[in-house]
Design a protein around this ligand. Structure first.
Ligand code: NAI
Length: 377
């Protein structure tokens, strides 16, 4: 694949604005991080950060994000926030894995991937001896992962050298299972016949999910900044396309943000015309505590994103841990039961997001699931 072909891949996801930073140790202590490591490779000028939030349940698996940040403080904030999210995602999915993430700070927005830079990152990952396992994220594709894997065995999600492949279809399956739990929670049958779903972003996960939902009888409305992605969903799935600024407020049963984070805030909550918000995007809510409560006040059921979108992590972590295809399938199915359990424990004064965090924290406090745990070395 040429550098030009790779350079646009997965770089369309826009970041929400970053808040004013605190100093590094304050941020680490507030979120409970174990370790943050900065790396500069003089040969390739790769500048990267690996953050390990927790290894309490096992080694920390989380993607490597390549992004052009306005400031180094933004990069640090992002990697700390994302790695914390991975701890909760793994714990809620009952995986004996911890939470970590890494970012490569790009000097400009469009910056090509190449083997030398990927291998430099691979060497950095290798210094963690398996306590951190890298994978794909925004700006990183399977080829980049395979290049990293030439320097370390602690990477998942490549096509040739690193095991796992593209996790997106598994993430999509998990979100569909989470949607079933949501439908049941509001007293509707857990099938999609005539259920109207609005999807923001029909990229890797969004399109895969849209295909499953269409096959299950759902009616789809979609929007994407990429015209080709829109045309494909209309042509192949019979979806109805709407302008970008209409998708979030489309009247529908389920709104599925599958593009970027921070798309829903307290102001938007009152304008939504859906019964359920359940999507693949990480950090759907701008301010999870406040916005989750605002959605609840407007009778919109919010499916906590880190529970709904765990399918890809389950796939990669499961393969890493040596699970069979059957065990992996069962774990992705389990997202429905887990989501149902979490939604049931939410109540007035306790949002679904708060219920999900508390569910994950209990799993972490209980300690590792010994029967499934393996070491990375
Ligand atoms: P992707 O980059 O393949 O797809 C994102 C799609 O959203 C693209 O088609 C893009 O054009 C579109 N988009 C970007 N900004 C938009 C906007 N303002 N309005 C409408 N469409 C917009 O990414 P992928 O892999 O499908 O991931 C989607 C989301 O799910 C991301 O937030 C990602 O972090 C999250 N996620 C993905 C996982 C995976 O397995 N790929 C796992 C867990 C979370």
């Amino acid at each position: 694949m040429s550098e030009t072909a790779q350079e646009g891949l997965r770089e369309t996801t826009i970041q929400p604005p970053f808040p004013t930073p605190m100093n590094t140790f304050d941020q680490m202590s507030e979120r409970g991080h174990e370790r943050v490591s900065f790396h500069y490779d003089p040969e390739t000028q790769v500048r990267a950060i690996i953050a390990i939030h927790s290894t309490k349940l096992g080694n920390a698996l989380g993607g490597t994000r390549r992004w052009h940040y306005a400031t180094e403080a933004d990069a640090l904030y992002d990697v700390l926030r994302l790695s914390e999210g991975m701890t909760f995602k793994a714990a809620a999915a009952d995986l004996p894995m911890g939470g970590g993430k890494s970012v490569i700070i790009l000097p400009q927005a469009k910056y090509p991937m190449n083997e030398a830079r990927a291998r430099a990152m691979g060497r950095f990952v290798d210094t963690f001896n398996g306590t951190y396992i890298a994978a794909e994220d925004v700006g990183v594709n399977a080829q980049f992962v395979d290049w990293m894997a030439l320097e370390t065995k602690h990477v998942m999600g490549g096509d040739t050298v690193a095991a796992g492949g593209d996790p997106s279809p598994y993430t999509a399956r998990g979100v569909v299972n989470a949607m079933k739990a949501c439908l049941e929670t509001i007293g509707k049958p857990a099938d999609f016949a005539d259920v109207h779903i609005a999807i923001q972003g029909v990229g890797s996960v969004g399109f895969s999910m849209a295909k499953m939902l269409t096959e299950a009888g759902a009616k789809l409305t979609i929007a994407d900044i990429d015209e080709d992605a829109v045309n494909r969903a209309v042509r192949e799935l019979g979806a109805t396309a709407v302008p970008l600024d209409e998708i979030l407020t489309t009247k529908c049963d389920i709104l599925a943000p599958c593009a970027l984070g921070g798309v829903i805030n307290g102001n938007l909550a009152s304008k939504l015309q859906c019964d359920i918000v359940c999507g693949a995007a990480n950090n759907i809510l701008d301010d999870p505590d406040e916005d989750s409560a605002a959605l609840q006040n407007h009778d919109v059921l919010y499916a906590p994103d880190f529970v709904a979108n765990a399918g890809g992590l389950i796939r990669l972590a499961g393969l890493y841990l040596g699970m069979t295809e059957q065990q992996l399938d069962a774990k992705i199915e389990q997202i429905q039961t887990t989501m149902q359990q979490i939604l049931e424990t939410a109540s007035t004064g306790r949002s679904t997001h708060a219920a999900a965090i508390s569910f994950a924290k209990k799993k972490i406090a209980a300690g590792p699931i010994k029967s499934e745990r393996v070491t990375a070395n």
